[in-house]
Design a protein around this ligand. Sequence first.
Ligand code: IFM
Length: 479
Amino acid sequence: MTATVSSQSATAAGGAPAEAGPRFPEGFVWGAATAAYQIEGAAAEDGRGPSIWDTFSRTPGRVVAGHTGDIACDHYHRYADDVALMAELGLASYRYSISWPRIQPDGTGPVNTRGLDFYDRLTDELLAKGIDPVVTLYHWDLPQTLQDRGGWTVRETAEAFAEYARIAFRRLGDRVQTWTTLNEPWCSAYLGHASGRHAPGVTDPAAAFAAVHHLLLGHGLAARALRAGGAEQVSITLNPTAVYPADPDSLADVEAAQLVDGLHNRIFLDPLLRGRYPVDIIEHMRHFTDLAWLRDGDEQLINAPLDVLGVNFYQPTYVSAQPGAPAAADSPGTEGIAFRDPLGPVTDMNWQIEPAALTRLLERIHRDYHGIPMLITENGAAYPDGPGADGGVHDLDRIAYLDGHLRACHEALSSGVDLRGYFVWSLMDNFEWAEGYAKRFGIVHVDYTTQTRVVKDSARWYQEVIRRNGLAGRARAEE
Ligand code: IFM
């Protein structure tokens, strides 16, 4: 299904023609996203077992200021108020993740029904307020017991993941239509196993590639289990990036961009949507691993039918050839390539702001992967904002970021991309992984001492976008 889009014109009160902004297709889904470990807190409550992020955040030096997700936004206890806030903002959908160690404290074996009860309550609360739940099964909080047995570097974890998916679906499948298996396996594999900036903190390229494969295999096995259980929509969320050669006229830079695209994007997209790892990337990985983990039939399992692809987008990537350069810490296999520092405006994460890169990325995925329907499952910006003297949070820079990226989505829709919806990251400020609470992505501000929520101006702006199913017109230059 490709929706039609419009850019309506309107007449201003005084009768003068006013430029109206882009409108989104009817049924375009407006949502917000969060993840379990980043907001729930209640880390040791109701039988939850430890995850790799509990271990990692307790390890000195891993997370800014020693922050942990022990309390986070206390959403575990405040979920009803948070859902009321979502309803007030007019969200049609809410993307949350389930904490595997709440459901199976050891990753396999006994099911902790009190953990399932929490997601039952949350789901019912959402539905009672007319908000459609979109569930992610894995947003990085692997049960520590599974890590102790090898984590994502071993096949057993992929098999355990399918069983966990079955358990979660059995409990919530009567109310949740959209099931996302993994969030950003690139991060789990590369940040977790190459640079070690994320849990479990491993620094070994071979382990990173093994993790890529077992995450994808886990997705394939879980997707089958979900489908067999009757799931209506099965998806996975990736964080693909638009990769550009720093100098488009340099053949060496173009080749560097192709390799980075392969290691970042095609290594996931090709097996998922074409049933084969890209040949150039298989050959490249042989420099680091014997690929013993790749068994006959695995690629077919990974190629389980997908109803929708989740796309998380924040920033583009620019690379150039630089003979002799070591691999970038987060990107194993990129020896001889330099990643350019951001140019122009950046967010508080030092991430380059370039909305046009999102349009280009969506168009490229649409073109190369059979027009797969997509959802923007995350997009947003961190800024160091907080309540001012009047008590409000006037986050104009975040509004500008979101506005620009929504226009980029509209552009993609206009060129025929099958984009079904947009989820802002994030509903509220939360635990930003290795950055702890130092980076604020929320459209709702959280005071971590009092747990007070303050609706930022960006949330009010988003509320208005949702209400009109579109963006405001841009001021017209005087003629
Ligand atoms: O906070 C994260 C989220 O958990 C996954 N995607 C990127 C966000 C911002 O870093």
